[in-house]
Design a protein around this ligand. Sequence first.
Ligand SMILES: CC(=O)N[C@H]1[C@@H](OP(=O)(O)OP(=O)(O)OC[C@H]2O[C@@H](n3ccc(=O)[nH]c3=O)[C@H](O)[C@@H]2O)O[C@H](CO)[C@@H](O)[C@@H]1O
Length: 369
Amino acid sequence: MKIVVSGGGTGGHIYPALALIKTIQKQDPSVEFLYIGTEKGLEAKIIERENIAFKAINITGFKRSISFENAKTVFRFIKGVYDSKKIIKQFKPDVVIGTGGYVCGPVVYAAAKRKIPTVIHEQNSVAGLTNRFLSRYVDRVAICFEEVRPFFPPEKVIMTGNPRASEVLESKTTGILQSFGLKENVKTALIVGGSRGARPINEAVIKSLSQLSNKSYQIIYVTGEVHYKEVSKEAEFLGINHNVAIVPFIHNMEEVLSSIDVVVGRAGATSLAELTSLGIPSILIPSPYVTDNHQVKNASALVNKGAAVMLEESELSSQRLIAALDSILLDDARRIAMGEAAKKLGIRDAADKLFALLLELVNKAPINK
Ligand SMILES: CC(=O)N[C@H]1[C@@H](OP(=O)(O)OP(=O)(O)OC[C@H]2O[C@@H](n3ccc(=O)[nH]c3=O)[C@H](O)[C@@H]2O)O[C@H](CO)[C@@H](O)[C@@H]1O
């Protein structure tokens, strides 16, 4: 069997794709994959590290206001469809899956037009623009939140959950905290502003560093690649203690998460799938800069069940951040209750469900289409 996978821009669209690929490779090593992304998105770097065949097309997203850039995007979309058709004709996939981000648009559209079975995977509680457009053409729409169902043609929708929820479960590793220069038996918070880092979170964390470095708990603080230099300089100036480890990005997040007691982060859907799968309490600061404010809706699904607390970016301050961390890390009963509430929300067999959906489509498809 041959599968084309496409998804990109940010980690939230790429890691579910990668988790699905890894699950399928384990269950059927004969399956061949081709990943189609862009050179500029995070996918080029992430997929390259995994030894998966990768082809890039050139495409950008639409701007919300009318602009000359949008005219260029239309042209790039048409060119993207043309290039995707060529790649697809050559690779001859049995099924094509898009996991979000604008790169999926031309790839999945081209596949549907060539009558190849197609699936899109929507991670969020509000549908992304590309997935809304593609849902008219694809065979199935796999979702992770019930709230998103009404955005799509009802007969195509199937609840699978996010494959990353399955992957993080299998990755219990010991000695991870030591690899960050931290202690193994001390309560640990992970602070991370999504896959690209978030300046407003970084600003609040920098202001909190001196106080945090005197706490009985320890911190892994992921700045985001582009912010790392600036944050490290500030931290050096402040002379932080050895209980805070600062890194630009974590490539083995699935291993690290199993040693974490609380996460402070954005409310990206893939991160939330990981947290609920493992039952990790969280302090969520939804990004206000995303389509239809969907991170607030993602976060609310956890907050309403007692699995997370939400801090709006507009009310974020070092005092609030430290108080939220203290209230969970210094209160065992609360931390455990939040963790249990999170665990109840996890869909842990998501990767198997998504693979089963692909198989169903491939087996139904007429031969020699
Ligand atoms: C600004 C933006 O458009 N954000 C969207 C993007 O977020 P973003 O890409 O930040 O997505 P998520 O927070 O959902 O997922 C991030 C992924 O990257 C991984 N990771 C992160 C940091 C790191 O150092 N190492 C690492 O491996 C996480 O473990 C996770 O698997 O996609 C999500 C899923 O569609 C959406 O919900 C978000 O709204």
